[in-house]
Design a protein around this ligand. Structure first.
Ligand code: ATP
Length: 239
């Protein structure tokens, strides 16, 4: 299996101030990485570098063998819940269609019918085609999250980055979104990185777990990383 992401001694800064330092890790094609760490640990920052939208770093990172900026078209980034709270006055179909309007450097201003067709197929794949004509803002949190994931799939990414996709959801919605991610993993064979404060619902789909706290704390299989003695080094002992 090919490494799709390779980071070596990666240090990420904002205006010279270090956010995450000396990260070294590899991720293989089709693997799902659960990225954990306390608030401010640098999880979102790392996703933004991989997505090619933050480029202030030293060390080395390759995404699909190239620089993150060069691989941008193959990486889809699902941002944190801020989008879920937005009052965008669009239907679900319009939101998903937006994900297909920019590809290979071409922006479409009229929506080609094949993009609408594909949007409906993606919604069908995720089991939410029935929501297509509903206003996005009227959906539940779990439904919104799945719609935003559908939008991300419209660009046929090879890598899907999800920032806290389940954190703001109730337990039932967490389970629904997790099963959506599981389906994507099994049927599309995408490489995924999922940041979370709540690892338990996602544990089944994680091939690897990385724990960071401004630097690498642990990286390995869920069994290796999710041990009390590792977790307690940054979160304190569990009671
Ligand atoms: P959370 O779980 O709270 O979302 P996180 O692990 O995603 O946290 P980041 O948002 O990546 O952490 O933040 C890592 C560090 O980088 C923090 O110290 C934060 O203050 C800093 N940081 C994040 N974004 C910026 C920015 N745009 N400009 C300057 N500093 C930033």
């Amino acid at each position: 299996m090919e490494n799709v992401i390779e980071a070596e001694d990666l240090t990420i800064t904002y205006n010279g101030k270090v956010a995450v330092k000396n990260l070294t890790f590899k991720l293989k094609e089709g693997e799902t990485l659960l990225l954990l760490g306390p608030n401010g640990a640098g999880k979102t920052t790392l996703l933004k570098v991989i997505a090619g939208i933050h480029s202030e770093y030293t060390g080395k990172i390759t995404v699909l063998g190239k620089s993150p900026r060069e691989s941008r078209g193959y990486v889809a980034y699902v941002p944190q819940t801020i989008t879920l709270n937005s009052e965008i006055p669009l239907t679900v179909l319009e939101v998903v269609t937006m994900g297909g309007l920019y590809k290979e450097g071409i922006v479409h201003f009229n929506v080609p019918s094949e993009i609408v067709k594909k949007s409906l197929e993606v919604l069908g794949f995720l089991g939410i085609k029935n929501l297509a004509n509903k206003p996005f803002r009227e959906l539940s949190g779990g439904q919104k999250q799945r719609v935003i994931i559908a939008r991300a799939l419209m660009s046929d990414p090879k890598i899907l980055l999800l920032d806290e996709p389940i954190s703001a959801l109730d337990p039932k919605a967490k389970a629904t979104v997790t099963s959506t991610l599981s389906k994507i993993k099994e049927e599309l064979n995408l490489t995924m990185i999922i940041t979370t404060h709540d690892v338990n619902p996602l544990i089944e789909i994680g091939d690897k777990v990385m724990l960071i706290n401004k630097k690498l704390v642990a990286f390995g299989s869920p069994e290796e990383v999710l041990r009390d003695e590792v977790i307690s080094t940054i979160y304190g002992p569990s009671s």
